[in-house]
Ligand binder design. Structure first.
Ligand code: HGY
Ligand code: MN
Ligand code: MN
Length: 420
């Protein structure tokens, strides 16, 4: 498989479209995007919607202690493993409609298509929605717990607001204990496939329809705090100040120069700077920065980290500040399973679609799953490369192409012995 009997099978684009439009209403913003941080009321409501859709389709429903939930189709022999597909239904604040949601809905659509066609596969199928991929609370909370990678410290010192995490868990009826016990036995998994929008402009610029992801860049995130002295912003001579804002600002600009100057494959972002006390007329005593940086390559990652922190310390010295660097978390670079990458390429070719190998610069649940089972990702183009924005857009025909490549890859994986 696919053989002459299955290579013509396609997902139902109208049903997928209806689901996509319905889902885009949850947390819809006036600017055309969505706002559904993990465990927000809009996020929990859309999860009930997913649950209901799966139930209507006659699929089994499964939830775990980390809030990951799935629809399951038994289409393999008794005792078979599950081939998992999915992504995430949460969004960044004021995000776009496609990031994550499309992958979950396409997975559900593949299950319904296989069910309607009464196909028998060597594995069962499961469409999963992972919790908090975007990290408004912890980052990859669901997929890390699922893969046994989450630690108690990740929950005790989350990257988001601890109060928001506590309240969210309460709303969702989950606890730290239930999350840490959510690990799935990898022996039950045949593999993991994720369809996602590229979130960059490489595919659009190259005019290519499908991306077969070969690697996913790693992410490291840190909190840096510069501490100086408070004082009157209108009276203390500038050369006598210990102004934390100066250290933070000089470092932020240096981040740009370091990456652009020596790390062409890498990215870095200072996504938030908070000054304390934070008044017009008081010198900032403290500046706290949220820093993350990304690399597809472990060696470059270490060199970049060294270069960034060397500069951070230089700025502290220059402005007579103290500096505290706190490690918050990391997502290691991941390699996709070569057999699945080939299956994606072959599926695209069989559907008459152009395909390129591509490295994912964004993070995905797939990089957690790659640590426990054969994993692959399918990309489709993002218009203008925009994502984490209400302007995120992918042409509908590309979404349908992606879902069909997902379906045909699922069928093609039946010819692979993914257990070896
Ligand atoms: O941050 C990321 O790369 C992803 O969108 N969560
Ligand atoms: Mn995503
Ligand atoms: Mn995202």
């Amino acid at each position: 498989m696919p053989n002459s009997q299955t290579s013509h099978i396609r997902i139902n684009p109208n049903r997928l479209r209806a689901d996509f439009d319905a889902l885009s209403q949850f947390g819809a913003t006036a600017s055309g995007g969505v706002n559904r941080p993990a465990f927000s009321p809009a996020h929990l409501e859309m999860r009930r919607w997913f649950h209901e859709k799966a139930r209507q389709a006659g699929l089994e429903i499964l939830s775990d202690g980390a809030g990951n939930h799935s629809a399951r189709l038994r289409c393999g022999p008794d005792g078979a493993k599950y081939l998992l597909m999915g992504s995430h239904l949460d969004s960044v604040p004021d995000g776009g409609r496609y990031d994550g949601a499309l992958g979950v809905l396409a997975a559900l659509e593949v299950l319904r298509t296989v069910q309607e066609q009464r196909l028998k596969l060597p594995y069962h199928l499961e469409a999963i929605d992972f919790t908090d991929e975007e990290g408004t609370l912890v980052s990859f909370l669901g997929s890390f717990a699922f893969c046994g990678l989450l630690t108690a410290a990740d929950l005790e010192k989350p990257r988001g607001d601890p109060q928001a995490l506590a309240e969210g868990l309460q709303r969702a009826g989950l606890t730290h204990e239930s999350i840490l016990a959510a690990r799935r036995d990898p022996a039950q998994l045949a593999g993991y496939l994720e369809l996602h929008v590229e979130q960059g402009s490489r595919m659009e610029k190259a005019g290519v329809q499908i991306g077969a992801v070969t690697h996913i860049a790693g992410i490291r995130f840190f909190r840096l705090t510069y501490t100086g002295s408070p004082g009157h912003g209108g009276t203390i001579p500038l050369e006598e100040r210990r102004d934390a804002a100066w250290g933070a600002s000089a470092f932020t600009l240096a981040v740009r120069e370091i990456v652009m100057g020596g790390f062409p494959e890498c990215f870095a972002n200072v996504g938030r700077v908070e000054y304390r006390p934070g008044f017009f007329n008081t010198i900032p005593q403290q500046a706290e920065l949220a820093l993350e940086f990304r690399s597809p390559d472990p060696d470059q990652f270490d060199r970049l980290e060294q270069a960034l922190f060397e500069n951070a310390r230089e700025q502290a010295q220059r402005f007579k500040l103290e500096l505290n660097i706190e490690f918050i978390g990391k997502r290691d670079p991941a390699r996709m399973d070569a057999r699945i990458v080939s299956a994606v390429r072959e599926s695209a070719a069989a559907l008459g679609l152009s395909c390129t190998s591509i490295i994912s610069r964004a993070g995905h649940d797939a990089q957690a799953l790659a640590t426990i089972c054969p994993t692959g990702m399918i990309f489709i183009p993002s218009q203008g490369g925009l994502s984490h924005s209400p302007l995120e857009y992918t042409r509908w025909e590309d979404c349908v192409n992606g879902a069909n490549v997902l379906l045909q890859t699922v069928l093609r994986c039946a010819n692979l012995d993914l257990s070896s």
